[in-house]
Design a protein around this ligand. Structure first.
Ligand SMILES: Cc1cc2nc3c(=O)[nH]c(=O)nc-3n(C[C@H](O)[C@H](O)[C@H](O)COP(=O)(O)O)c2cc1C
Length: 224
């Protein structure tokens, strides 16, 4: 029993410690660590056990630079759409420092926030079989398993969807990587040795998101 208790604590610690890491050293990720991460992805649950995921490991710098450039474009377009539709203004409505806000908007719309992909020594390109019903959920489960294993290994990882949102970008990626028509590129996971751990991003409280029996009846009380 003691052992089970320790494992539970360790599991929660890994979940709590996981961050989206976007700054990495040049140190390569060892084959053993890569194997552990991919094994975690392979063992994920999937609807009807369809296992629609396939993973392309990209280490080549030139290819990573191409992936980073596509991610920059996709991210920039997405945030620009958020900007022109005023969603971005709503998101940062409580921020009073106008100069700081302007800098953040510029950074987001430039797409630079996702270009870091190229700086990670490894990019895991996650592909999913299109004709599988639950493919987006299946691949997401597999990605989360890999993020948690990377954390457990002391590595840093980030789930990046930016280069796969726009169908034209996805087509570019598919051609670059030789992905067959019946697969979709779902996301890319950047993996490396972290040089900077960002602060935890805020999460909603339990009382805001768990309901008892029916919608809107709080399951937990707000803690004083
Ligand atoms: C489906 C999904 C897509 C994401 N895409 C991107 C992305 O394109 N670029 C990026 O920098 N981070 C991306 N992220 C990371 C989120 O920004 C991050 O998980 C969130 O801000 C919470 O921060 P944390 O992961 O450090 O807890 C993505 C996360 C998820 C789950």
């Amino acid at each position: 029993m003691t052992e089970k208790y320790n494992i539970t604590e360790a599991a929660m610690k890994i979940i709590q410690d996981r961050r989206s890491i976007r700054d990495y050293s040049d140190e390569p990720v060892s084959d053993e660590d890569m194997r552990m991460i991919l094994e975690a992805g392979r063992l994920a649950p999937s609807g009807e056990n369809a296992q629609p995921w396939r993973f392309i490991i990209v280490k080549d710098e030139t290819t990573r630079k191409r992936l980073g450039a596509i991610a920059r474009g996709g991210s920039g377009r997405r945030f620009t759409a958020e900007y022109v539709t005023k969603q971005m203004h709503e998101r940062f409505a409580t921020m009073e420092d106008e100069e700081k806000k302007k800098k953040i908007f510029e950074k987001l719309t430039s797409g630079s926030v996702s270009a870091f992909l190229a700086e990670a020594p490894v990019n895991i390109v996650v592909c999913g079989k299109k004709n599988v019903w639950d493919m987006p959920y299946d691949t997401s489960a597999s990605i989360e398993n890999m993020l948690l294993m990377a954390t457990a290994l002391g590595l840093g990882a980030c789930w990046v969807i930016a280069p796969c949102i726009d169908i034209r970008d996805e087509e570019r990626l598919k051609e670059l990587l030789g992905v067959p028509e019946e697969f979709k590129i779902v996301s890319i996971i950047a993996v490396g040795h972290p040089t900077r751990y960002p602060k935890p991003r805020p999460r909603m409280e339990m009382h805001e998101l768990v309901y008892a029996e029916r919608w809107d009846e709080a399951y937990y009380r707000e803690e004083a």
